[in-house]
Design a protein around this ligand. Structure first.
Ligand SMILES: NC(=O)c1ccc[n+]([C@@H]2O[C@H](COP(=O)([O-])OP(=O)(O)OC[C@H]3O[C@@H](n4cnc5c(N)ncnc54)[C@H](O)[C@@H]3O)[C@@H](O)[C@H]2O)c1
Length: 254
């Protein structure tokens, strides 16, 4: 029970990696605030946690809307008395046509992706970190991507830029809040088998090719990320902050 008496707010917890983390954190004793724009997915996560004897609270909203973010932080405090762990996971790959070249990238697509992937995390930090400080310190975990560290062959230029920005934001926040006991780290997943990735690798042949491009020889699963996030959320990592952690089957070592 590594998160006993802790409250964790997880964005994008209605699917994929966010759901896996929500379930693992709840299993480890955390009260989990499940935040997602997709009400059906978020409700499923909450029901699965409660069905297994855990504690979860549903908040439906958009990470890029300041009022929704402030309501989510307020809901965590109202339901569980505070906030200890903030997990910025919600993101989209693209909001329009796939841009093989930056000249093809529509301005609206850029704005939407940056707004959700980067501004969303900024808003949750802006309104969530004061609550974590109030609780005596805690952990912020941001989910970027290997596409924020190295160039990506599966191209969404806005996505790569948003994830690179999130890595930089993480490091600066880690320094700024260290003395107040707030640790801030960022995980960079490789290819993870979730609804975000599946449309990009529709055939079994392509799936196997992408899986084998990871030196460890397989595609990642949401639980690979959840396990590392649990370590970063818990006191086991209490001397770790500002770290960019690839969890990628070795792909960035190539
Ligand atoms: N799947 C991969 O291969 C991969 C690789 C690297 C990084 N990532 C990152 O991992 C994280 C989780 O992605 P996933 O693979 O589980 O994808 P996913 O599509 O299964 O889950 C993303 C969740 O975010 C939610 N979301 C999207 N926009 C939102 C908004 N505006 N407000 C609130 N919620 C919103 C979606 O409804 C969904 O539930 C993302 O940050 C993603 O960029 C994924």
């Amino acid at each position: 029970m590594r998160l006993q008496n802790k409250t964790a707010l997880i964005t994008g917890a209605g699917s994929g990696q966010g759901r896996a983390a929500a379930k693992l954190f709840a299993k480890e004793g955390a009260n989990v605030v499940v935040f997602d724009v997709n009400a059906v997915g978020a409700e499923k996560t909450v029901n699965e946690i409660i069905g297994s004897g855990g504690n979860a609270q549903l908040v439906v909203g958009d990470v890029s809307h300041s009022e929704d973010v402030q309501s989510a932080v307020a809901a965590s405090i109202e339901a569980y008395g505070g906030l200890n762990v903030l997990y910025n996971n919600a993101a989209i790959w693209s909001a329009g046509k796939i841009d093989n070249y930056v000249t093809e990238l529509e301005e609206e697509n850029w704005d939407t992706v940056l707004s959700i992937n980067l501004k969303g995390a900024f808003l949750f930090c802006k309104y969530g970190i004061p609550a974590i400080i109030e609780a005596g310190g805690g952990s912020v975990i941001n989910i970027a991507s290997v596409a924020g560290m190295v160039g990506s062959r599966m191209r969404s230029h806005a996505y790569s830029a948003s994830k690179g920005g999130l890595i930089a934001l993480t490091k600066t926040m880690a320094i700024a809040y260290a003395k107040e006991g707030v640790r801030v780290n960022v995980i960079c997943p490789g290819g993870i088998d979730t609804p975000m990735l599946q449309p990009m690798i529709p055939t079994e042949e392509l799936y196997q090719r992408v899986a084998k491009s990871h030196p460890l020889g397989r595609m990642g699963v949401p639980e690979d990320i959840a396990k590392c996030a649990l370590f970063l959320a818990s006191d086991d990592s209490d001397w770790i902050t500002g770290v960019t952690l690839p969890v990628d089957g070795g792909v960035t070592a190539c």
